[in-house]
Design a binder for this molecule. Structure first.
Ligand SMILES: [Zn+2]
Length: 69
């Protein structure tokens, strides 16, 4: 029982696939280089999707111009 607690303290789950990863792993906190790249891809896509509609100046200008005319 106590041994299980010790091992979980040094193990985390890969954010991509949920596989257990040791802190000593080269790709920590991911289980592999592949999972790290997948997670990075998710983040970059998420940031792009969230910021694009709000930060796009052309879109805002187009909407304002239409309303004023
Ligand atoms: Zn993984």
């Amino acid at each position: 029982m106590t041994e299980a607690k010790k091992s979980t303290a040094k193990m985390l789950r890969c954010p991509t696939c949920g596989e257990r990863v040791t802190v000593k792993s080269e790709d920590f906190p991911f289980c592999s280089d592949r999972c790290r790249k997948i997670d990075l891809g998710k983040w970059s896509m998420g940031v792009y999707r969230i910021s694009s509609p709000v930060m796009d100046p052309d879109l805002l200008e187009g909407l304002e111009g239409n309303e004023r005319e």
